[in-house]
Design a protein. Structure first.
Length: 135
């Protein structure tokens, strides 16, 4: 029913459908640069009959120098849109570029590890909540 309600509101989303195949890498990623400050990073997503032999993980990384900013696992199952919110502090010029991505926990491609169902990305919002942070 919630899917019908979402359609009625004309919401859009990116649907990542898994067709019962092994998955090692996903090509869902976006690079960007943030100036110094504190940010609220919000991801809205839902799932439909999602089965994941290895965890799917939302990740935000600093590319240069390489470091993990946050990592959050995606639960299997079916659920309505949920929001994941993280506070991110950027010290300029410490991080020259960021990369947001959806990854699997899989290190190797195993034929028996099959992904099913769908993950829907409803939105990503990055808001600056405070000005320059030194340190």
């Amino acid at each position: 029913k919630w899917e019908d309600e979402a359609r009625a509101r004309h919401t859009s989303h990116l649907k990542i459908a898994f067709a019962g195949r092994p998955v090692r890498r996903l090509n869902l990623r976006q690079a960007f640069r943030l100036v110094a400050g504190e940010y609220s990073f919000e991801i809205t997503y839902s799932a439909e009959n999602l089965v994941t032999p290895e965890n799917l993980v939302w990740q935000l990384d600093c590319l240069e120098p390489a470091s993990r900013v946050f990592s959050h696992p995606v639960e299997a199952g079916s659920y309505r849109p949920r929001k994941l919110t993280n506070r991110v502090v950027v010290h300029s010029p410490a991080c020259r570029a960021h990369m947001f991505r959806l990854n699997t926990g899989a290190r190797n491609l195993r034929y028996g590890d099959r992904y099913h169902g769908s993950l829907l990305l409803h939105g990503i919002e990055i808001k600056k909540v405070s000005e320059s942070v030194d340190g």
